[in-house]
Design a protein around this ligand. Structure first.
Ligand SMILES: Nc1ccn([C@@H]2O[C@H](COP(=O)(O)OP(=O)(O)OP(=O)(O)O)[C@@H](O)[C@H]2O)c(=O)n1
Ligand SMILES: C[C@](O)(CO)[C@H](O)COP(=O)(O)O
Length: 389
């Protein structure tokens, strides 16, 4: 399946009344157009992207695209007088083996991966997928300030972008509109003229189009909300039996003891619980899957080294560890004197401040296997934040 994105950035922003193109307005130090490029890139759905821009702004946008768009072929074309003309300029550049074309306004810079995916899925399934939200105001048709009709709100939606169509459908729609001299304000209105079923996909009230100055203020709030929203919680648990002739390693610290914990690695139950919490929060499986106990490479391995690997994976996928809380559950020996050294090892392995890592210890009051001194357990929770691309 080959999907091509057309990103429209060639507008004149008359209603915004600014000196610069509104697609260069920054939210969280990222311009609107860059936010769009990064969100489209993050979906991993596209093979090609056509960015429509003004010739004098091409160099700036091309530099950003070269930096952030890595997984698809990126080409540039000049905009036209109206939005529709800009799309019409891009369509001949869509390669013939493309299945789906998705058009998006760079001015809708708070679009999410979810909306993009849903539009693509709908276009793959039934030829079209147009983002929209239900109308919440009552909408009336008027003439010279006199109401002619109140429209049935339950049938009305406010249409956004992305708007995705099969290549064949959008090509035909644009050709027909040109032949008829039809000018629409979105792509769907052209497709509707030749196809009775244009499908709507859930957009979002946050998927606003930067149109007037008021949208810039609202946009700052949305950017802040999006930044805060991808917070993930994870929990981990592990338990190992004690065995003679093994070192007791907890939180990467060797604790003087006549016995240690049994396991394929160093059996650091605390670090194992923490790794599982981190992997769980990032939805990356667990340590059993990542470091199988059948792999000789992990025989007696120092678990803090595995924690470093987990930390690198999290960084690679854009996660930042906000904090970790953990509890060692063991009857003996007493481990509190080693607590600060454990915290230091864990924080260093993850490259985070010690003040965001906590290690506690408890007994089970002689209850159960841990209470009988047969082994030790640990549990951990963590919070991760996924950085915006
Ligand atoms: N000739 C045009 C007009 C618009 N757009 C793009 O289409 C999107 C939506 O258009 P709109 O909000 O109308 O943008 P402007 O033309 O910039 O604004 P205005 O209508 O207020 O002048 C924007 O990302 C804009 O850059 C475009 O590529 N080419
Ligand atoms: C395509 C669009 O964003 C859907 O809401 C909208 O129609 C663009 O309109 P504009 O007049 O070009 O802002």
């Amino acid at each position: 399946m080959k999907i091509c994105a057309i990103i429209l950035a060639a507008g004149s922003g008359r209603r915004m009344k600014m000196d610069t193109n509104k697609v260069f307005i920054k939210f969280d130090e990222q311009s609107a157009v860059v936010r769009c490029l990064k969100t489209f890139e993050a979906t991993g759905l596209f093979s090609d992207m056509i960015v429509v821009c003004k010739p004098e702004e091409r160099e700036t946008i091309e530099r950003k695209a070269n930096k952030y768009v890595k997984s698809m072929r990126c080409i540039f074309c000049e905009g036209g007088q109206e939005r529709q003309h800009s799309v019409a300029n891009a369509l001949p550049l869509v390669s013939e083996d493309t299945d789906i074309v998705m058009v998006h306004d760079a001015a809708r810079c708070f679009v999410t991966e979810r909306i993009i995916r849903d539009c693509a899925a709908s276009a793959i399934r039934c030829g079209s997928g147009v983002a929209a939200i239900p109308a919440t105001d009552t909408i009336k048709r008027t003439k010279r300030n006199v109401v002619e009709e109140t429209l049935p709100r339950e049938e009305l939606v406010c249409v956004q972008t992305p708007q995705a169509f099969s290549r064949e459908l959008i090509m035909r729609a644009y050709a027909q509109a040109e032949e008829d001299g039809f000018l629409g304000t979105d792509d769907a209105s052209l497709v509707e003229r030749i196809c009775s079923e244009v499908h709507i996909v859930a957009g979002s009230p946050d998927n606003i189009k930067l149109t007037t100055r008021a949208d810039v203020e609202q946009g700052a709030d949305i950017a802040r909300k999006q930044q805060m929203s991808d917070i993930r919680i994870g929990n981990g648990f592990d338990m190992h039996a004690f065995a003679e002739g093994r070192k007791l390693i907890l939180g990467g610290v060797e604790i003087p003891c006549a016995f240690g914990l049994d396991g394929h690695s160093d059996a650091d139950v605390l670090v194992h619980a923490i790794m599982d919490a981190l992997l769980g929060a990032a939805r990356m499986g667990d340590i059993g899957g990542l470091f199988p106990d059948t792999d000789p490479n992990y025989k007696d391995i120092y678990s803090i080294d595995l924690l470093k690997e987990v930390g690198s994976l999290l960084t690679k996928y854009g996660y930042c560890v906000i904090n970790i809380d953990s509890t060692l559950i063991m009857q003996k020996p007493k481990v509190m004197p080693y607590r600060d050294a454990m915290i230091e090892n864990i924080a260093n392995a993850l490259g985070m401040p010690r003040s965001y890592v906590n290690v506690k210890a408890t007994t089970t009051e002689y209850l159960g296997a841990v209470g009988r001194g047969e082994g030790a357990a640990a549990q951990a929770v963590c919070i991760l934040q996924k950085k915006r691309h």
